[in-house]
Ligand binder design. Structure first.
Ligand SMILES: [Zn+2]
Length: 76
């Protein structure tokens, strides 16, 4: 399983690159400004704990999931 990981610089770099991409994408998706109490997509009220955990959150969980799903499909 772990054979080839150590010393296989190309594969390791590839993995690191894809992590960097993911981090960069996540960073760009970070909402700024105050969060919304209601989802800007569907108007559903956003859970208070979700708003506290995600500063500046603008989407409810369902819409966020949909958005992430679409982004993943587009990046393929
Ligand atoms: Zn929503």
């Amino acid at each position: 399983m772990a054979v080839g990981w150590a010393g296989d610089g190309a594969v390791t770099q590839q993995i690191l690159d894809s992590i960097d991409d993911a981090v960069e994408r996540a960073r760009q998706n970070l909402p700024s400004g105050p969060g919304l109490t209601e989802c800007e997509e569907c108007g559903e009220s956003i859970d208070e704990r979700r708003r506290e955990a995600l500063k500046g959150v603008r989407l409810c969980l369902n819409c966020q999931r949909e958005k992430e799903k679409n982004q993943k499909l587009r990046s393929l």
